[in-house]
Design a protein around this ligand. Structure first.
Ligand code: C5P
Length: 222
């Protein structure tokens, strides 16, 4: 049978990855978290104290950086050159710097190449910022998830507390808004809804509600 692509884009902390994983599981598709790839490079760059404005150095670093996304029972695992970095790529310093790395055109070019290869000849659910517009412009299903910044900060705050991390909801909201602003204003492949994407506002919806809506839209294409 023909392979199918479901593209899920939207601002930070809109619930993309949770919903994308659910949808991928339900359909037995591969889930690909493109944000994890930008986070992995950012983690490596911070470790090696590379200036994040220096595109050429980042390009060199990316050439030497193998990023592996694996799914296991516990969810997704992210490896950088064979080393588990699943938790490290979610740390504050990575989150607050990743948008500076992701705005470089040559970095995006290489990431998009890698992402398109991952989606070749198999059915995928891919989430990110530019999937429906640039990575998989011919995706059968395109979803744009949005939610108010208050609600997104609240959800992240709850997650942090559950993990036992220190958390400040006002600070989270400011960080989310700053990241969205950089992602939306960058010159190359900014965060924007594709013309043919279905927008879902998740502010008052549960995760299952959102997943079911996407599955319903997908069913019509299968
Ligand atoms: O999805 P996540 O919040 O983990 O993404 C982290 C960052 O990576 C985003 O804020 C954005 O700067 C960048 N990103 C991107 N394009 C994608 C996915 C993520 O620019 N397709």
């Amino acid at each position: 049978s023909k392979s199918i692509a479901i593209a899920i884009d939207g601002p930070a902390a809109a619930g993309k990855s949770t919903v994308a994983k659910l949808v991928a599981n339900k359909l037995s598709f591969i889930y690909i978290d493109t944000g994890a790839m930008y986070r992995a490079l950012t983690k490596k760059a911070l470790d090696e104290k590379i200036n994040l404005d220096d595109e050429q150095s980042l390009v060199e670093l990316l050439k030497q950086t193998e990023i592996n996304l694996k799914q296991n029972e516990k969810g997704q695992m992210v490896c950088i050159n064979g080393n588990d970095a699943t938790l490290q790529i979610r740390m504050q310093d990575v989150t607050n710097n990743v948008s500076y790395v992701a705005k470089h055109p040559l970095i995006r070019e290489e990431m998009v190449n890698r992402q398109q290869k991952l989606a070749e000849k198999r059915s995928v659910v891919m989430d990110g910022r530019d999937i429906g517009t640039h990575v998989l412009p011919h995706a059968e299903v395109k979803i744009f998830l949005v939610a108010s910044a208050e609600e997104r900060a609240k959800r992240r705050h709850k997650e942090n507390l559950q993990k036992g991390f220190p958390s400040n909801i006002e600070k989270l909201k400011a960080e989310i808004e700053r990241r969205d602003s950089i992602d939306t204003k960058r010159e190359i492949a900014p965060l924007v809804k594709a013309d043919d994407a279905v927008e879902i506002n998740t502010t008052t919806l549960t995760i299952d509600d959102v997943a079911n809506r996407i599955l319903k839209i997908a069913e019509q294409k299968l």
